[in-house]
Write a protein that binds this ligand. Structure first.
Ligand SMILES: NC(=O)c1ccc[n+]([C@@H]2O[C@H](COP(=O)([O-])OP(=O)(O)OC[C@H]3O[C@@H](n4cnc5c(N)ncnc54)[C@H](OP(=O)(O)O)[C@@H]3O)[C@@H](O)[C@H]2O)c1
Length: 247
């Protein structure tokens, strides 16, 4: 049984991915930033279903903390699973910010950059020595890369950068048989950016060919597939999981 790290596993898509991955027999190290209670709830849920999970704190904007985080991962792998390598990494942690392009501040720009592009870049670099041969990396991007949605310009630009970075990861890690793919959700029912109200949900559902917004498990099942044997020949791809958003 392998073990994967899922950042932002305390809520939303990351929490659902942690549960889906555990259902497929993998161990999960999920991270939280500000919500240890929510992370504990996910861990308990996985344990009740017969799986194994551990929650660790991680701020993906704090690159200086990644060395210590890696040491914690090594410790947890050994103590909980008697292993010394990871079979996957999901760069999922993120937040939304709605602000039209003319009024975005430098601090807002930097905050989004640190979490959505710099963090995944250096966290992957830091964890790379721990990834085993045939490991799988999944980066969460966004359908806003493909469809310009007013008010999320820096977020979408950094997600676009993460899609490019995904291809470079696949290219440069291929010699170790490590795959890298991006999963690009459309509108999903989570607390991102303050979550959905009825009016916003109706609008987003109308923009989606299948006539509804997505649920976290719609995305989580695809993430889990990419981490398991079914996804073993998928590499360097962006898979949009959006029910046909703005097509
Ligand atoms: N929901 C959508 O419609 C949608 C669409 C496209 C793409 N996405 C992407 O999907 C991913 C997951 O989003 P979601 O909708 O599941 O969001 P969510 O429900 O708001 O959950 C966000 C998760 O990220 C963590 N997080 C936030 N900032 C962090 C930081 N600085 N360091 C570490 N962890 C941090 C949170 O941890 P704590 O709660 O512990 O602080 C939480 O676990 C994100 O990358 C998002 O951009 C979502």
């Amino acid at each position: 049984m392998g073990v994967v790290v899922i950042t932002g596993g305390s809520r939303g898509i990351g929490a659902s991915a942690a549960k889906q991955v555990a259902l497929r027999g993998l161990g999960v190290i999920l991270t939280y930033n500000t919500n240890p209670e929510a992370a504990d709830t996910v861990v308990r849920c996985i344990e009740q279903a017969g799986g194994k999970a551990v929650a660790l704190k991680l701020d993906v904007a704090d690159v200086g903390s990644f060395g210590g985080f890696c040491e914690s991962v090594v410790h947890v792998l050994r103590e909980t699973w008697n292993l010394n390598a990871l079979s996957g990494l999901v760069n999922n942690a993120g937040y939304g910010l709605f602000n039209p392009l003319p009024s975005i501040s430098e601090a807002q720009f930097d905050g989004l950059f640190n979490v959505h592009l710099k963090g995944p870049f250096f966290l992957t670099q830091a964890l790379l020595p721990l990834l085993e041969e045939n490991a799988s990396i999944v980066n969460l991007t966004s359908a806003t890369v493909r469809v310009a949605t007013a008010g999320v310009a820096p977020y979408a630009a950094f997600k676009g950068g993460l899609e490019v970075l995904t291809r470079y990861m696949a290219k440069e890690f291929g010699d170790r048989r490590i795959r890298a793919n991006a999963v690009s959700p459309g509108a999903i029912r989570t607390e991102l950016g303050g979550g959905l109200n009825d009016e916003f949900e109706t609008l987003l559902a109308a923009q989606t060919a299948l006539g509804r917004v997505g649920e976290p498990q719609d995305v989580a099942r695809v993430i889990a597939m990419l981490l398991c044997e079914e996804g073993a020949w998928i590499n360097a791809q962006t898979i949009e999981v959006a029910g046909g958003y703005n097509i």
